[in-house]
Design a protein. Structure first.
Length: 220
């Protein structure tokens, strides 16, 4: 049976950076994150992948001549998004639904924690507040928003960068004074105006009456 080895290629300008990772089923690297699995396929598995793991990997089969296969590993960092951020204004008494969406994730997270400021709220027994875990995300639901719910919220997945959103709670607006019983100043001014018109009418009416009497007298 031919021996299979995995080698991590160094920088193109410095071939001395080549690193022997595995020989057969044994790991030869000091970094124990590199292991061979699923023999006889000789797949190389890297646990807890890091940015610096990106690069060119070579699989060699010790035949005559040696057979080689190259694989380039590109690392994409997963991140999370809360739609509606970074600031969201919510009316007091309304319902709130925040969704934490995972982007560029290659697998489902083992957990997604929600924080209000520094306090984790996943396991709080707060009435009307619940967390629902989805395949590639999580949803935080607040059935009836209170003023105390105004805060910074963070969703923190196990396998992606966290995301934050600031919730601003708008208080219920009070009705203007005019809607509660009218504007007293306008009402007073109107009453005063009506009184003045009435008083003027009382002064004018006798003059009109005398005018009519004079007309009648002259006519006769």
């Amino acid at each position: 049976m031919f021996q299979v080895t995995w080698i991590r290629q160094g920088h193109a300008k410095n071939r001395k950076d080549r690193q022997l990772l595995t020989v057969g089923r044994s790991t030869h690297s000091k970094d124990t994150r590199f292991v061979v699995v699923n023999s006889p396929d000789w797949n190389l598995m890297i646990k807890s992948v890091k940015h610096e793991d990106a690069g060119l990997y070579e699989c060699q089969i010790q035949t005559e001549p040696v057979q080689q296969r190259f694989v380039r590993l590109n690392i994409t960092e997963a991140y999370s998004v809360i739609p509606g951020g970074p600031n969201l204004h919510v009316k007091q008494g309304s319902s709130l639904r925040l969704e934490c969406q995972l982007m560029a994730a290659t697998e489902s997270p083992s957990y997604i924690f929600w924080f209000r400021e520094e306090r984790m709220i996943n396991y709080d027994n707060e009435p009307g507040v619940r967390v629902e875990l989805k395949r590639n995300g999580s949803v935080l639901v607040v059935e009836k928003v209170k003023l105390s719910h105004g805060a910074n919220y963070t969703c923190s997945p196990s396998n992606a960068k966290p995301s934050c959103i600031m919730i601003h709670v708008i208080e219920e607006e009070e009705k203007p004074a005019a809607m509660h019983g009218g504007d007293r100043r306008n009402s007073t001014a109107a009453t005063s105006g009506n009184t003045m018109l009435t008083f003027m009418a009382l002064l004018i009416i006798p003059d009109i009456r005398r005018c009519f009497e004079n007309l009648i007298c002259h006519a006769t």
